[in-house]
Design a protein around this ligand. Sequence first.
Ligand SMILES: NC(=O)c1ccc[n+]([C@@H]2O[C@H](COP(=O)([O-])OP(=O)(O)OC[C@H]3O[C@@H](n4cnc5c(N)ncnc54)[C@H](OP(=O)(O)O)[C@@H]3O)[C@@H](O)[C@H]2O)c1
Length: 330
Amino acid sequence: MKAVVHHRYGAPEQVLALTDIERPEPGPGQVLVRVKATGVNTPDWIAVTGTPYLLRARAGEMRRGAVRGTDLAGTVEAVGDDVTDLRPGQDVFGSAWTGGMTTTGTFAEYALAPAAQLIGKPAALSFETAAASVMSGLTALHAWRATTPVHDGMRVLVNGASGGVGTFAVQIAAHDGAHVTGVCGPGNLDLVRSLGAAAAIDHTTDDFTAGTERYDAILDNVLNHPPSRTIRALAEGGVLMPNSVGNTGGLLAGLGRMARANLLGRLRRADVRFVTTEYHREALTALARLLESGAIRAVVDHAYPLEETPKAVAHMLSHRASGNIVITVP
Ligand SMILES: NC(=O)c1ccc[n+]([C@@H]2O[C@H](COP(=O)([O-])OP(=O)(O)OC[C@H]3O[C@@H](n4cnc5c(N)ncnc54)[C@H](OP(=O)(O)O)[C@@H]3O)[C@@H](O)[C@H]2O)c1
């Protein structure tokens, strides 16, 4: 099968190559999916570039070549012996994430995923929409339904509102009854408002940490301010959700600010909560319902064919994608 493989860390265009490799076989609890579309996410550029360096330990072993990518939508090709509720020929979507950064991923014609992280794809969702939604949508869902549940009239701010996670976070918070302020660049103000934000702040001209507005919760997908400054924009009892590894390489990138935010939380200077992404079927089903009903939509900046995966990862790495980047597999 064709897969995009890399053997060393570096710039996507220099280290990723479309190669013929052996098709994997599903083991117990696994499903082999014929990939129709896959999404590109932060862990993918981290694993390709090997930055921040601190995360190399989690980026996986590459001696035999690594295939990146975790989000997927496609058709079941084969199932492991003990998988009884998914069958060959069924359209599914979900995640191949296996805890660490997977090295047998979805930037390929076929990929293995745990059956517990796949559900049937609603017919109303295209493969592209489904693949674009998995990590970004589930992260936003976890933020507002588990980490800091939204209540009616709650005032929330989403920094990085026009990105993959941000476009879902704005929509889910607004759908659940929040008054949403989105922070983005000038070219994305209309997009963010169209997703349900009551207010949009241009980060090139305004600094939300210097304003007079106060928020009950801030989901910070950018961490471009020291957390000690961001918490000044919180209302009494407000919650900060730092959610970014940052956008540069080096040893730590944004991890330093995540650690400082954690410290502020431990010192009780603020209520600091970290968002995780859970790929179980219940979460996927909740996301599918929101998409199917039209309550939210996936914003797709660009869809690249599999052979242009290096361009797709480089686009993600530019940190300028409006919404999500998708790779389609013909
Ligand atoms: N907790 C988890 O499990 C989890 C899972 C996935 C991702 N994440 C984290 O979520 C973060 C966001 O992911 P993503 O996929 O949304 O990234 P992304 O799509 O690369 O974000 C790109 C967006 O960032 C915006 N941006 C860049 N600089 C900005 C600034 N100074 N102020 C406001 N917005 C700015 C850009 O907006 P403009 O072009 O409009 O300026 C662009 O739309 C990542 O850092 C990642 O570490 C966490």
